[in-house]
Design a protein around this ligand. Sequence first.
Ligand code: IMP
Length: 203
Amino acid sequence: MIESRLLLATTNRGKIRELKKLLLGLPFKIESLDKYPEFGRYRETGQTFEENSRGKSLFYSRSYPGLVLAEDSGLEVEALDGQPGVYSARFSGSRATDEKNIRKLLRLLKGVPWPRRRARFVCVASLAKQGRIVKCFRGSVSGYILNEPDGRNGFGYDPVFYYPPLKKSFARLRAEEKNRVSHRGKALEKVRHFLAASWQRQS
Ligand code: IMP
């Protein structure tokens, strides 16, 4: 039997909510980091989503007796040469909030015309076990940065991320709608397939 416990290596409430929905139905007891303050905190020092994602999953897998799923994600804006990228969470400084990050982003993009407001969310999810990487998975979704926030759902930059196929900002989508098309949804779909196949092989 495959490990029956899976740790989500994050304390971000928005991410935990989405990840739990995306992993529904898999034969795991899913836990999140809030329950394990004794594991300490991983410092993200990588220059890429992959480095941070791998580093985080490895770090917690040295303490946790099961599978660890870590993800690093963020927003890359074309007109800002890919910023904020791996700095998405702390874009406005050490006391960053979603609102402050959005304000900074909109200030930097003031006057930038629509075609140059292209952006994408990227997510790299890594599975690790007992100090070893099991596998990494990537997902991304493209859109445009609006001139002002629109909508109240989701988290982070969702209110300013416009998704053309649905003609709405991510913050106007229901959780299920966002999960079907988002960077995290796509990466986690791959995780689901991988875990389901491994579980079938081992049971
Ligand atoms: P980290 O992966 O914890 O370093 O943080 C990623 C940051 O990227 C979040 O705090 C958000 O600011 C942003 N981000 C990642 N995924 C999403 C998303 O699905 N919607 C909106 N913002 C996101």
